[in-house]
Design a protein around this ligand. Structure first.
Ligand code: RUQ
Ligand code: CUA
Length: 654
């Protein structure tokens, strides 16, 4: 007890010391940047394109942002777990089902870790997967359309944080629970935590053609906190590694009570073995209730299905599949180098980095070099699996990423720096300060067999004085480093949106040619699509009114509608007839309780409006689409509920 309090106290002291030092560090950093041609290195001339895409998680924004590197220009925010008024995502009738869960409609989440799909351990640029932390979900974004096309809820999980990382052929996207919970959920005393609460590690299979996700199995583990995870690759392909903290299984005052054990574990899971077990009928089907939401590109519509069962596996049923690797000081990140030889544990209350050897791990398993067990799961002997430590590299290591030259780049939150070290020799090569308190670092492809070791971005937690002040609330800050030389060079600071936890980067050329420009109108299978303006119409069905509307520069068809009554539910089904790149139309209705619609060429979207007041109410296009954009408007006449005014509409051809 005393010892761990002392450690914490010294870490806090260190934080204080380092923040006092920040101004000195800053001067050094600035000198470094000015001494070189940093500006030239990030300059992308007007009309030119960036070399890399970077996808930054938006944390509590619930969304994913797209940036260019090296310019640091933001291109897009992709709505994932949060409603997004800009496009109507989560507001339009077609996209509402995307946010359905077992808890009902959830318009928000906390998104942490993007990971791009891989083939043979290399980025293939087909999809990007992200996690929703709070109401556990995994989402898939299609990198042709940059749209969220699938969200699967993860049952038996809470604080879905050790997620969403992919295996080297995208066989699985993996999600692990941070908070252990009763499985199945039940009404029990919280003090029964120890022994009763469990942690689930979910292996979600990904269809190689369409990318559809299904929960293949959940491994039900002891009630620790599963913080981060990464796949094995190359020789360690078939394994997955999860950090744990709170192996003490405390349920209160975790900042002290979960720092008692000198070492927690990295859980090594041989998923190939479990997959085989499951394919041969192993595991138990357990009742569950979770949403699986799929967006169809042809119908432009999402559907939500509630799943009622999940396959669970007790690790003790599959001997040889799960082991614990003792790792000092409540490890946060666990990272595997490009060859798959080393598993690096970042003990966040430590100054050293722990580098485990995959070969030694296999040897320890084969020769039963155990140091006890936890809930029947063998604990491998620390000394027998250790490749070595990176000594005194910094304070508070969190995450490590890799280049293509055998180097690791580790972030240190407390000492606020990025440290480059040689993975084989474990010698520190360079260190650069971060402004301030860096969390993750990202190197494009840095979590694959083939990193592109040209740039690294540090994703910082504290901004303070880096930009013009904007009141108490500041955006987070990212810092771009040139890592092509021996020493890292700071090139650029840029603000990010929400909180970027992790990010994923990819050479632009892998995806830019495939980026879709329009939706073909002829392929529009939306059930409410209006494929010809001649078919535009209004239909009443009880108190529901369906308006089948088309848009083309610069007109809505129909544009004047009468016969709507207070208390109606009016559905505007708007089909955009443009077939030109970058000509969306918007649709906004006065008094609508949702948002606008932004309808891409060839697409149909639906807005629900419930008129509450008698009168004549306008709607208009929100996107400046042509010289006559301001003329793109129309009126709805709303009569009292008792009125018998017939439905009528103008096709605007008069
Ligand atoms: S976290 S700063 Cu990935 Cu959510 Cu480590
Ligand atoms: Cu359509 Cu403005």
């Amino acid at each position: 007890m005393k010892k761990s309090i002392k450690i914490i106290a010294s870490l806090l002291l260190a934080t204080g010391l380092f923040s006092c030092n920040n101004s000195e560090q800053k001067n050094e950093g600035n000198r470094g940047a000015l001494a070189s041609n940093a500006a030239e290195k990030v300059y992308v001339a007007p009309g030119e394109h960036d070399e890399f895409y970077a996808f930054l998680s938006g944390g509590y924004s619930g969304n994913l942002t797209v940036y260019g590197l090296p310019s640091g220009r933001m291109f897009k925010e992709i709505p994932v777990f949060s409603q997004f008024p800009t496009s109507g995502y989560g507001y339009s009738e077609e996209t509402k089902p995307m946010l359905n869960t077992s808890h009902g409609f959830i318009p928000w989440d906390d998104l942490h870790h993007p990971d791009i799909s891989q083939t043979n351990g290399k980025l293939d640029g087909r999809w990007i997967f992200v996690n929703g932390n709070n109401t556990p979900r995994i989402a898939k974004i299609d990198l042709k359309t940059f749209e969220t096309t699938e969200i699967i809820e993860v049952p038996n999980s809470a604080g879905n944080h050790s997620s969403s990382f992919v295996t080297e052929n995208t066989e699985y996207v993996v999600a692990g629970t941070r908070f252990s919970v009763p499985i199945p959920q039940e009404d029990i005393a919280i003090k029964e935590y120890k022994g009763k609460f469990k942690g689930s590690l979910s292996f979600i299979s990904v269809d190689p053609e369409e990318g559809h996700m299904e929960i293949k199995f959940q491994l039900i583990m002891p009630g620790f906190d599963y913080d981060l995870s990464h796949p094995g690759r190359g020789k360690s392909h078939g394994w997955f590694f999860f950090t744990t903290y709170n192996t003490e299984e405390a349920n209160s005052l975790l900042e002290v009570n979960a720092s008692q054990n000198d070492k927690d574990f990295i859980a090594a899971v041989n998923w190939k073995k479990i997959e085989e077990y499951v394919n041969n009928g192993g595991g138990k089907k357990m009742p569950a209730n979770y949403a699986h939401n799929i967006y169809d590109d042809k119908t432009h519509t999402a559907t939500s299905t509630m799943k009622k069962e999940v396959l669970v596996v007790d690790p003790l049923e599959v001997p040889g599949a799960v082991f614990f690797l003792p790792t000092p000081k409540s490890p946060h990140g666990v990272d595997v180098n490009p060859s798959g030889d080393y598993i690096i544990g970042n003990g966040k209350l430590s100054a050293d980095l722990t580098v485990h050897s995959f070969d030694k791990m296999i040897d320890a398993i084969e020769n039963k070099k155990y140091d006890g067990e936890a809930y029947g799961i063998p604990i491998l002997n620390f000394e027998d699996i250790l490749a070595g430590t990176v000594k005194q590299a910094g304070l508070g290591p969190l995450h490590t990423e890799f280049d293509d030259n055998g180097n690791g780049y580790t972030t240190f939150f407390i000492s606020s720096e990025l440290v480059k070290w040689n993975v084989e020799t474990r010698e520190v090569i360079d260190r650069q300060p971060n402004y301030y308190s860096v969390g993750h670092v990202m190197i494009p492809g840095g979590n694959s067999r083939e990193p592109f070791g040209k740039y690294a971005i540090a994703l910082n937690k504290i901004t303070k004085d880096r930009y013009l002040p904007t009141g108490p609330e500041l955006e987070h800050s990212a810092q771009l480093f040139d890592i092509s030389g021996e020493k890292m060079e700071l090139l650029l600071d840029f603000p990010t949106h929400g909180e970027p936890h992790y990010a994923a980067g990819i050479p632009a050329e892998i995806i830019k040619e495939n980026s879709q420009k329009i939706y073909k109108l002829a392929e529009n299978e939306n059930e409410y699509a209006t494929l010809s303006p001649a078919d535009a119409r209004v239909e009443r069905d009880g108190n529901k009114v369906h308006i089948y509307m088309t848009t083309i520069r610069s007109h809505f068809t129909p544009d004047n509608i009468e016969g709507i009554k207070v208390g109606d539910k009016v559905y505007f089904h708007v089909t955009n007839h443009e077939q030109d790149f970058d000509v969306p139309h918007g649709f906004a209705m006065i008094g609508a309780n949702n948002a606008e619609l932004l309808i891409m060429p060839g697409q149909t979207k639906t807005l629900l409006w419930e008129p509450k007041q008698v009168g004549v109410w306008p709607f208009y296009c929100t996107d400046f689409c042509s010289a006559l954009h301001q003329e793109m408007q129309g009126y709805i006449r709303v009569s009292p509920q008792s009125s018998n005014i017939e439905l009528s509409w103008s096709l605007g051809e008069d």
